[in-house]
Ligand binder design. Structure first.
Ligand code: NI
Length: 395
């Protein structure tokens, strides 16, 4: 039996036998979105959907995370497949019949889809006929708190990556043709760090600015000056982003406030550059502020590292996708996204690949209130995850 025949059976079996359940689970999770580590109900739904399968199930990892282990026939390596379970603080506007019933919370990043696809893969791989072909072990990893909070980091700290030889994860991807599987070797997502900066002056009467150090004017100059950190300090061929997304000060139109506050995000692909950014941000901001009789205090937060795909794992993912869906559905990416992803923490410990699964070019973007996708993608994602495990554990 050649590889593509092997996967043909797997794909049609998932579509015929499990698609309905996968879609039902996705809708159930979508209706009750949960944030951060607080994914208790979602975890219960996952456990109920895995019930009866020949898995060793561990719960309570990183609070509400789950690791379900499937032992194959052989003593080969261990491959892990990871899905994220958390939603976002966004008010849903899709109008779907199974739209969020939790006010101000929504699965706007497709994690409901990722979780149900992984459950589908667990069902497919647990069938006796498929399990008998697994020379090794599969771990199904359900992670909370991808959207900030670093649930992936906590799972790694709690030992989830130990004894794992390779790992894969999928992300539904608007802007990519429906059903296209895309990845690349090396960086695929950026390091995503953040900062808060307090700008300190001295306040006073709006009519007597000469008696103050105006924190609003200093903040305005600092925001402008920080635009030069990327444009004038970073090698032009090195990708970097510095965005100030928050600014705040003041209590009344005629009072010069003592303090202002800005918040920003920094995205990089290069570890040395990542390390250097806080120092340059602080120096530029302080120089500007001190020139105007103020000062700054920087609170810098290194959050998610670069999501770095292993060369062979990325090749394997593209190869398996070609066997499953045809070469026309495979795209080797030229460039990474400057978005961040906490699957990066797993990839720091274990070689693996993060893979995008296209949901179409017309789909509203991730993290928007109208994000919705055609559920036909779900059994495909399950098949891709299952095939990645099967290929990684083939004799
Ligand atoms: Ni996401």
């Amino acid at each position: 039996m050649d590889v593509s025949q092997k996967f043909d059976g797997l794909r049609s079996e998932i579509e015929d036998r499990f698609a309905e359940e996968i879609v039902a689970l996705r809708r159930d999770i979508h209706r009750e979105p949960e944030l951060g580590f607080d994914t208790k109900k979602t975890a219960q739904k996952v456990l109920a959907a895995l019930d009866g399968l020949p898995l060793e199930v561990e719960t309570g990892i990183a609070e509400n995370g789950i690791v379900a282990t499937l032992h194959g026939e052989g003593e080969g390596p261990t491959v892990a497949l990871r899905a994220d379970m958390d939603a976002l603080p966004i008010r849903e506007e899709t109008g779907l019949p199974f739209a969020s019933e939790a006010e101000g919370k929504m699965h706007a990043c497709g994690h409901d889809g990722h979780t149900s696809m992984l459950v589908g893969a667990a069902h497919a791989l647990s069938q006796d006929s498929v399990r008998g072909r697994l020379n090794g072990t599969v771990k199904f990893v359900f992670q909370p708190a991808e959207e900030g909070g670093g649930g992936g980091r906590v799972m790694v700290e709690e030992g989830v990556a130990e004894g794992v030889d390779s790992i894969f994860a999928l992300h539904l991807w608007p802007g990519l043709p429906f059903g296209t599987v895309a990845t690349k070797a090396g960086p695929i997502m950026a390091a995503a760090d953040g900062f808060e900066m307090e700008i300190r002056g001295s306040g006073g009467h709006g009519a007597m600015p000469h008696l103050t150090a105006d924190a609003v004017v200093i903040a305005a100059q600092v925001v402008t000056a920080l635009q030069t950190v990327v444009s004038r300090e970073v090698d032009p061929v090195e990708p970097a982003v510095l965005t100030i997304g928050e600014i705040g000060a003041g209590t009344a139109f005629n009072i010069i406030p003592e303090k202002a506050r800005i918040g920003g995000t920094v995205r990089t692909l290069n570890a040395d550059l990542r390390e250097r950014m806080p120092e340059r941000i602080e120096e530029v901001a302080r120089g500007v502020a001190q020139g105007m009789r103020g000062d700054v205090r920087l609170d810098y937060n290194f959050s998610y590292p670069v999501t770095l795909n292993d060369v062979r794992a990325a090749e394997r993912a593209l190869g398996v996708a070609g066997d499953l869906f045809g070469e026309g559905s495979v795209l080797e990416l030229r460039n990474p996204s400057m978005g961040g992803e906490d699957f990066a923490f797993f990839l720091e410990k274990v070689p693996g690949a993060f893979v995008w699964l296209g949901v179409g070019e017309e789909v509203s973007g991730l993290h928007t209130p109208r994000f919705a996708f055609d559920e036909e993608i779900l059994p495909r994602g399950s098949a891709l995850l299952a095939a990645l495990a099967l290929e990684s554990l083939s004799r």
